[in-house]
Design a protein around this ligand. Sequence first.
Ligand code: NAP
Length: 259
Amino acid sequence: MDLGISGKRALVTASSKGLGLGCAEALAEAGCNLVMNARGAEALEAAAARIRERWGVEVTTVACDVTTAEGQKQVLDSAGQPDILVTNAGGPPPGMWTDWDRDDFIAALDANMLTPIALMKACVPAMMERGWGRVVNITSVSVKAPVPVLGLSNSARAGLTGYVAGTSRQVAGKGVTINNLLPGIHATDRADALDKGVVEKEGISFDEARANRQATIPAGRYGTPEEFGQACAFLCSVHAGFIVGQNVLLDGGATNLSM
Ligand code: NAP
């Protein structure tokens, strides 16, 4: 399917690896020129070089922490006024409800709520003026089914989801759609880290931890960054203009929300 976005400019934050990289790749496949970001320059440059080589699009890299005001300024200075914005950042650490104090909550809110909001506030006005724009925020299954050990993530992403619910409906009339993509368990470094946490906590092997988690997914496997990226690219396509303010769950059926 021609997604109709060849030549558009897309900013994808936190995109040297994992789900952000999956989104960057799929947008490049659709012909978008990219601004990619991550803190570590080495993996970022390697990913950008692979994408340029494979898809022949322009890729600008910005190595910085996007959860800081300075980092946001750097990516926005580089991106100019993108047609497509995909927001992403690392997820907060797991723990017990008693583990976290105010500073931990502020860090989680900065990373997973206030950063995407700042990026949207910077990019959406020009999209509205041009009469076309797409925003996809990478959030989490925890928005629909909060994960007990991810209290910081549950809290911050719930805040972002509420903001998007209202904002998406305020901008839709100008041709700009904002939606959230909710990953269930996907095979990335983040999933490895969570599996290693289970290994330490339960004293089982990594393979056992993975097999146990896979058994909770009706699809019988983890999702891939590639298929996650393709879903993102579709939401960014010309065909998705009537999809507004949705929380789209990609979890292999793990969350049973029948209604
Ligand atoms: P990942 O494999 O660990 O990749 C994270 C990417 O983000 C890397 O490119 C990393 O590069 C970059 N990054 C992290 N913090 C950053 C920051 N402050 N500024 C700029 N770049 C940053 O993670 P993932 O699995 O793709 O997860 C992406 C998001 O989805 C996370 O918020 C995660 O919590 C959420 N999620 C993932 C899953 C899953 O199963 N994978 C499930 C639910 C939710 P650098 O480290 O070099 O900065």
